[in-house]
Ligand binder design. Structure first.
Ligand code: CA
Ligand code: CA
Ligand code: CA
Length: 410
């Protein structure tokens, strides 16, 4: 039903949904796209290529058995579609100094398991941003991030449908187009039944299993995924620095030509590092959140977006959904090529925040485990104060905002 309506409305709208669904193949979200949701199983005709067999051997020999990358490899080999319940995504939990326990111990003076504005030492504005569910008190619920960031809700469904150019921001014109596409163009208004069930997340489908992975580009073969793992397009092979460890130093050049050395930026203010790339649809869908975060706190913290390896290049696990919105590029081989893609990305996503571009050797993205996307908060002593679970599922800008506010109000 949803699928038919979606395609009737406009191919572009569905493309936006498919960006998300096919990038992550999450079963809940997939139900909204153009394929039935079902867990993939490695089919008999999805044999590994000789190249993939060799990579499997090499990774097993070079990586610790208990590493996230080996968990990912095991997931791929068993036919996992790399959703939020398996692969290494299930293991990638956020690490933060600033969970509910911290808030309760720091501010809950009368020990009633809630913190009201009077108990909080910071400003009312900061309190309001920490109060995620807007009930005028801080409780455990405000700090519960167990739902992954691609969980479909009516609000997120509407967002994905409206954001026709998939740049993570809905403009007035895009919103108006949605208004018309939902049926308002006939009568000039929408009735409640025009919307009532339109944005309801569908229950997981028990329909037919998908066709053989190798027959659809958005359903990659196991060999494609294994190559993507080795190339760090699915994610970094390293775990990245842990909570309280020193942030690894680096020097990168910004898009306006300035050399930025992390250790020289440490001290005065906390530092927010945002890792991302253009071909990751879920990352693009967060760009409005990232930009708002930057504008809200740019005077109180330093922000850098570290541009890393493409997650879905045309010569890897490519995405029909990217092509539909005109994003079709191969993995850059030269630093200068990556820089020019970063310029295009910054422009398409209309981001003001400063971009630093990692080299094609992926030195910074690797050591921070920044692929495909990741958030860090570094304190004024240069130590990791917050690190989200591996993107795209663990990518929660609002969770980073809570950590930043609590760091600022220590
Ligand atoms: Ca209290
Ligand atoms: Ca609350
Ligand atoms: Ca848009």
């Amino acid at each position: 039903m949803i699928r038919i309506l979606c395609w009737l409305i406009a191919p572009l709208i569905c493309a936006t949904l498919t960006v998300l669904a096919s990038n992550v193949l999450d079963s809940t979200v997939l139900a909204f796209a153009d394929e039935p949701a079902a867990k993939s199983i490695a089919s008999e005709d999805d044999l590994l290529t000789a190249e993939a067999e060799a990579i499997v051997k090499e990774l097993r020999e070079s990586l610790p058995n208990d590493s996230e990358a080996i968990a990912m490899l095991d997931g791929i080999l068993s036919g996992s579609t790399l959703n939020s319940d398996d692969g290494w995504f299930k293991k990638a939990k956020s690490q933060t100094r600033f969970d509910w326990e911290y808030v309760r111990k720091s501010f809950d003076n009368n020990q009633d398991a809630k913190v009201v504005a009077m108990e909080f030492s910071g400003s009312n504005e900061d309190f309001a941003r920490l109060d995620r569910n807007e009930d005028h008190q801080l409780t455990e619920a405000d700090f519960d991030w167990t739902k992954h960031s691609l969980t479909a809700t009516p609000g997120s469904m509407m967002f994905w449908m409206a954001d026709g150019d998939a740049n993570g921001k809905i403009t007035r014109d895009e919103f108006l187009s949605l208004f018309e596409n939902l049926g308002a163009d006939n009568e000039g208004y929408l009735a409640i039944d025009d919307l009532r069930e339109r944005f309801m997340p569908a229950p997981p489908s028990t329909a037919n299993p998908p066709t053989s992975p190798s027959k659809r580009p958005d359903k990659p073969s196991r060999s494609t995924l294994i190559l993507g793992l080795k190339n760090q397009e699915l994610g970094s092979l390293q775990p990245g620095p842990n909570l309280d460890e020193s942030a690894p130093d680096f020097t990168l050049t910004s898009l306006d030509g300035k050399q930025v050395t992390l250790s020289k930026e440490v001290g005065e203010k906390p530092i927010v590092l945002i890792f991302g790339n253009f071909t990751c649809g879920p990352f693009r869908s967060q760009s409005g959140n990232i930009e708002k975060l930057y504008h809200r706190y740019q005077d109180r913290a330093k922000f850098f977006l570290v541009y890393v390896r493409e997650a879905h290049p045309s010569d890897g696990w490519w995405m029909m959904s990217n092509q539909r919105v005109g994003i079709d590029l191969s993995q850059p081989k030269l630093d200068s090529d990556r820089r020019s893609i970063a310029v295009t990305c910054k422009k398409h996503l209309e981001l003001d925040l400063p971009f630093l571009v990692d080299g094609v050797d992926d030195a910074v993205g690797s050591v921070y485990s920044g692929m495909p996307n990741r958030l860090y908060l570094i304190d004024q002593n240069g130590r990791i104060a917050f690190k989200n679970g591996r993107g795209p599922f663990g990518f929660h800008p609002r969770q980073l905002e809570q950590a930043l506010l609590l760091q600022l109000n220590k």
